[in-house]
Design a protein around this ligand. Sequence first.
Ligand code: MSP
Length: 645
Amino acid sequence: MTDSQKDNRFYITTPIYYVNAAPHIGHAYTTIVADVVTRYKRLTGAETFFLTGTDEHGDKVMRAAAAKGVSPKQYADEISGLFKGLWVDLMITNDRFIRTTDPDHIGVVQSILQKVYDSGDIYFAKYGGLYCVGCERFYTERELVDGKCPDHDTTPEYIEESNYFFRMSTYQDRLIDHITGNPDFIRPERYRNEVLSFLKEPLEDLCISRPKTRISWGIELPFDDKYVCYVWFDALINYLTGLGYPDDPKFKKFWPVCRHLTAKDIIKPHGIYWPTMLMAAGIPLYQSLNVHGYWTIEASKMSKSLGNIVNPLSLKDKYGLDAFRYYLMREMSFGLDSSFSEEALVARLNADLANDLGNLVNRALTMAAKYFDSRVPDPKDGPGPTDGDLVETAARVRADYIEGMEGFAFHKALIAVWELVSLLNRYIVENQPWELAKTEETAGRLSRVIYNTLEGLRFLGVFLVPFMPGTAEKILTRLGVGTTAAVAGLDSTAAWGGLAGGLPITVAEALFPRVDASQTIVREEAKKMEVHVEPIVADLISYEEFQKIDLRLGIVTAAEAVPKSEKLIKMTVDIGEERTIVAGIGKQYTPEQMVGRRIVVVANLKPAKLMGVESRGMLLAVVDEKEGLSLVTVDKEAAPGGRLS
Ligand code: MSP
């Protein structure tokens, strides 16, 4: 297949989720990412296939079912149904929902097992190890705590068991070569390095069977009916079954462009077991493994007892699906961890969505309705002086958006889109259409300004299709454009001016009503429980209030440690006048490192005594989870005393 043929096809998979517990925010995130990127690829005109599903075999599920007193299959049916239902609620557009209990999957797993067995890469051997009866599994020495099972606090027994093993070790060098020769095979790079570092140790063979006497809930080995297949060997193969391997034309079409999406928890099975299994089965490797970080639930800002009361999935009901999807995609940098918070969601909803985007759409459509009888005007005047900037920015935003989407840097794509949102808001303010509407002489200019604003909205509508399908549809239909691929594909934004004059405009309800930030679920619950929650920090202040803070650029002329203090440093700072400032930065900076530095100082803070030394001002720094504290500075050699604004 040539690259250009490949370019037009796209196959994405999510992990198939275990059915031992109900879906949560992490599952929702991965599946929404897959949906966003698939919708984006459709927007570019690509032919796509999107697979998700559930992983139903193995001891975890067997045990969860036993605890509920139902059969594993009944249990799997119930939980699998919850996942399937949630994807409908989240407007996920997967092409197939695969279950590892599907008959075609069982057939494919057995055919691959047989193929690898026949080629000599599966062998039978006796295995001896430390076995915990409570967990019904083997432990390695390293997993034990003081020689005991960490879950049961009992000493495991040494037992011997015969099992089937996959010769994974044979493929170690080939896998290393493949990863080093294909820089995009595992991305982002940190995860590629993680896999390469696993591979520095000798790879062991993989035990791929479980005796039925221990675990019966699994796919029977085709060459020995006393054993079932190990759950990971079974599960990974779903990515082939989903395409109808081996004979369905979809397999031929989409397998060469397969992209897996997972979080960092399962890179070992995806980055090591899976490619070596494919090598053994004589199947070409997938195109790339795309790994994201973890969502953690932030509980630090509130009492611990409140930390877990908010089920993040319930937030979509309160704040709307599009706001929920937007928050997840905007907040997480793909590859890194993020902490989930309802308040951050509300802050984004009010600022980015209600304020910036919602008001823009409403304002623009209302003006078109008022001045042009609810039609898109044909621009009568040529472009004015500020118009070039708008057209150029739109083209650059489009390029940044494409780069972000192609590179799985979704938050960057959204940052780019919001640049256009801000510029359009400014464009309206600068051009003051309400003034232009006052006289006949400026009617031509008015038509140009409104046309450009609406054209900008059309671009936004198209860019937002993958992230917020409902909102994008509202924007495009209110513009009279419609949402078919012919008019709303990404190509339609290749040049400015595609919006046809005369289309009917509809003014309707606000896209995103503002939310009262004091009435979040967390705060309402806190009131009921009479728990104190810190006030919201993100209260808006006026420009005048901000102006009261006198920020000055300073240069440190002398510095010394404050005696008996671990982290306080006393500095003499030139801010146009000389000031003594004491700051708790001694863990990250030495006094010597401070001398000569440019820092930003809050100059009109009331003096305070720290360990007996009076500090007249405060310096600004930012605290980062990973990097620790870093000082705010300026990027040119500006003179001290200058006011920041
Ligand atoms: N059944 C295996 C996968 C087999 S794939 C052939 C499995 N299932 S799981 O239910 O545990 O799902 C793990 C996946 O769920 C993660 O890789 C990620 O996609 C998603 N997430 C679960 N918790 C998560 C977070 N806290 N944050 C982000 N995603 C996480 O492993």
